[in-house]
Design a protein around this ligand. Structure first.
Ligand code: SF4
Length: 478
């Protein structure tokens, strides 16, 4: 057996940038890490807002500490930069601002790459098992010599956990990110690993997130996890919260493709936070891998009807797509309006191939969600036929992917809902995004549209127009 992959779990119970820098420097020494060349730091800033989404992102103090350590340990540096694409439609620059990143970036004089503003270039993939022969990536990722991956330790409602491997979803722009973001999500995450392997990984597990990824419940884990191999790091993190690594499907795929080990026999777990001590601490760490019909079972006004799904490997549920988008959407609504589930109008959310009557309640509206959804029956005496337009992965050309532009999404959903005089509506997409679900739910359940909430509307739109301008400029320059 070759040398074991080293993973460190270090105690750290506070977001103190100097303390974090010290721990990360120690980790880099233990792992013989010497960053060089074009060094790119990739945090997880899927969404950020001090009041609304305080635990969803890699904290600014963490970023600050890692940059300090990197500057001290690096040799032959060409550039140090931070790069990320937040959750789709919301401009990354808006989320960076709300994560407090600009002050850290200014302090360290490092470059920023908002991947939604950068040029994306095709990259050839070699492994036969991949979904596609090539994928699109931002140029700074392709040009990067040394990637430092900085995930936030969080539970995830579709993938169980989001750690190093899953953090790669944030390296694609809106146009390409949603391609295969359905029941092939776990395959896609494994495919993404081929573009680059990190030179160093440091996971912000000081305050970890439970249950959801956008609105997680905080958990004081008090740790920083470090390593240089994504599979080894993610496997140790899985054990930290008493999960068998084999239950994280993308980790299993990545390991089977030779990206690294899953077995603790092949990993040397180091650091000052013993794994068994951590496992005791996280005995009650909460996850949320539940089908939406069960999950919203007790909701007074939201009911879900789940059918069957087109792909053989996941015909009973679609973990990477529309059902999860609905869960995240409802949690976002609750962050803004805690009583929303009581106050909203009655809605039935129908997804998948559904057969038989829906037995709607009086006044209950219906959202048929996603391209794969089909149903036929009567609603208010009218014969209704919803047809599936689902395309499997080989039928979807990534080069012709839609832009998923924020304004277009809001406008098209608003116009669709405005001219829809019926009790039901078919929300198209595979997947339907969280942003789309927000728009359609607002209109069908008669709840305020978050896109127009005063806490978001000005900042998001200012960020959007800056993003459009910069993207145009970057594309012009080539
Ligand atoms: S339409 Fe939605 S639920 Fe259906 S396969 Fe696509 S992502 Fe999954």
């Amino acid at each position: 057996m070759g040398e074991k992959h080293k993973v460190l779990i270090m105690k750290c119970d506070t977001y103190d940038a100097d303390k974090i820098a010290g721990i990360v420097k120690y980790g880099m020494d233990q792992l013989n890490v010497i960053p060089s060349g074009n060094i790119l730091l990739k945090p997880n800033v899927v969404i950020a807002h001090k009041e609304l989404f305080p635990h969803a992102f890699t904290r600014k103090e963490f970023l600050d500490g890692v940059i300090s350590a990197t500057k001290e340990k690096a040799k032959n540096v060409k550039e140090i930069s931070i790069g990320e694409r937040s959750g789709i439609t919301i401009p990354t620059r808006f989320n960076f601002k709300h994560a407090g990143y600009p002050e850290v970036i200014k302090k360290h004089r490092v470059k920023t790459y908002y991947f939604d503003e950068e040029r994306h270039v095709p990259f050839k993939l070699k492994k036969e098992v991949n979904l596609r022969d090539s994928m699109f990536f931002p140029k700074p990722i392709v040009d990067c010599d040394f990637l430092i991956n900085l995930p936030k330790f969080k539970a995830h409602p579709w993938c169980r956990l989001t750690l190093s491997l899953k953090n790669f979803i944030g390296i694609q722009d809106d146009k390409h990110r949603l391609v295969d973001h359905n029941s092939f999500l776990e395959h896609k995450i494994a495919d993404l690993q081929e573009v680059i392997q990190p030179g160093f990984i440091a996971i912000d597990a000081i305050t970890a997130g439970q249950k959801m990824m956008l609105t997680p419940t905080p958990f004081d884990m008090g740790a920083i996890v470090m390593g240089i191999n994504s599979c080894a790091v993610d496997s140790v993190c899985a054990h930290m919260v008493n999960v068998d690594p084999k239950d994280i499907i993308h980790l299993k795929f990545a390991s089977e493709r030779g990206f690294g080990p899953m077995n603790l026999d092949q990993i040397e777990v180091m650091g000052d936070f013993p794994l068994d001590e951590m496992q005791k601490k996280t005995k009650n760490f909460e996850f949320c891998m539940e089908h939406i019909d069960n999950y919203f079972d007790k909701s007074p006004n939201l009911n879900c009807t789940i059918g069957t799904f087109p792909e053989k490997h996941s015909s009973d549920y679609c973990w990477g797509g529309c059902p999860g988008s609905l869960q995240e959407t409802m949690h976002i609504f609750k962050a803004f309006y805690p009583e929303i589930e009581k106050e909203m109008g009655k809605v039935r959310y129908v997804v998948g191939k559904v057969e038989g009557p829906l037995n709607l309640e009086k006044g209950e509206k219906v959202i048929f969600a996603g391209d794969c959804t089909s149903w036929k029956g009567e609603i208010d005496g009218e014969h209704v036929k919803i047809e599936s337009s689902y395309k499997t992965t080989s039928e979807v050309d990534e080069k012709k992917a839609k832009s998923n532009d924020m304004q277009m999404k809001i406008i098209s959903a608003s116009v669709h809902a405005l001219f829809n005089k019926k009790r039901y509506i078919h929300m198209k997409g595979c997947p339907t995004s969280v942003a789309q679900n927000v728009n359609y739910l607002s209109s069908m359940a008669k709840i305020p549209n978050l896109n127009f909430d005063y806490r978001l509307v000005f900042g998001v739109n200012a960020g959007y127009y800056k993003m459009r301008f910069k993207r145009f400029f970057n594309h012009l320059l080539g």
